[in-house]
Every structure is written in structure tokens, then in C-alpha cells.
Design a protein around this ligand. Sequence first.
Ligand SMILES: [Zn+2]
Length: 55
Amino acid sequence: MLRGRGHDDEKVELECPECGVKVETTVEKAEKGEVTCPRGHRVAVMGLLGGAKLS
Ligand SMILES: [Zn+2]
């Protein structure tokens, strides 16, 4: 759950739509809108953080 700022280093896991690999990143990086999977694919984050369960 995000309450304003302050959780920027919280881990978040995304799934690469290209290869299905789990991409572990941080809220700070995800908020930039795009992360890169270990195989070099760009993973658009758009909207994921809004309803995603962050743990
Ligand atoms: Zn990938």
C-alpha cells in the first residue's frame, strides 16, 4: 500500500510480457514507467502499481 512517498525502496515484482520472467524491481524504478527484464526486454509498468499488491 502506498501512502504518498516514502516507500520508494519497496520491492515489487513484475512479469515480463515478452518472456514471462519475473522482474524484481523497486517502487522507485517502477514509478518511472518502465523497467528492463533480465533478458533485456522493456516492461511497461503503466497501471500495475495502482492495484498491485506490494509486499
Ligand atoms: Zn523479458
